[in-house]
Write a protein that binds this ligand. Structure first.
Ligand code: GAR
Length: 203
């Protein structure tokens, strides 16, 4: 559980926060061994290369099916003995090809208080709805869209005249603290899962 693969499709600022936590010894003994991206040109891929982290950059459209794409990823994860998959802005649904061998060992961060505003553009959805509170959720991944058991949540107030940009910045700040905490707890074996109920034991 301490050998980690991060999956990301975009900027990779959460990937960077996880790397920083690891450097500072704040990742529960977890080690990021691989960056997987479905977008080889994404900034996160360059960040990983700069940090000397091995990358697996595959374009799903180069494969005949989503399953074949994921089978190639699973082979690499198994070769590297990865025990935890951390989704950090990985914008794809996961199929049973990846879920079955890694059941209970895939976590995701989502920029809303789930089950509100699942899916894409959660921050825009929250602003459009007009909620006064939103936040960040870290959860186990199952076959649905942002539906797996919740591990941790943090609230963030929506201000009058908030914008996607302003609210995103505040949400990101919380993510950079919360995700390393949860990944570290998992790596240290402090998270248990019983049905939909998760328990994070204190250090
Ligand atoms: C993060 O805010 C994460 O919560 C969100 O993508 C962003 C990635 O930013 N994830 C989702 O919306 C998943 N549905 P980053 O690439 O800078 O880490």
């Amino acid at each position: 559980q301490s050998r980690i693969a991060v999956f990301a499709s975009g900027q990779g600022s959460n990937f960077a926060a996880l790397m920083d936590a690891q450097k500072e010894g704040n990742l529960g003994g977890g080690r990021i061994e691989l960056l997987v991206s479905d977008k080889p040109e994404a900034p996160v891929a360059q960040r990983a290369k700069d940090a000397g982290i091995p990358t697996l950059l595959l374009r799903p459209k180069d494969f005949a099916s989503r399953e074949l794409y994921e089978a190639e990823i699973v082979a690499e994860l198994q070769r590297l003995k990865i025990g935890l998959i951390v989704l950090a802005g990985y914008m794809r649904l996961i199929t049973p090809v990846l879920l079955t061998p890694y059941s209970g060992r895939i976590i995701n961060i989502h920029p809303s208080l789930l089950p509100a505003f699942a899916g894409k553009d959660a921050i825009g959805q929250a602003l459009d709805y007009g909620v006064k509170l939103t936040g960040v959720t870290v959860h186990f991944v199952d076959g649905g869209m942002d539906t797996g058991p919740v591990i941790a949540q943090r609230c963030i107030a929506v201000e009058d005249n908030d914008t996607v940009d302003l609210l995103s910045k505040r949400i990101h700040k919380v993510e950079y603290e919360l995700y390393p905490e949860v990944v570290g707890a998992f790596a240290a074996g402090r998270i248990s899962l019983d049905g939909r109920k998760t328990i994070v034991r204190e250090k």
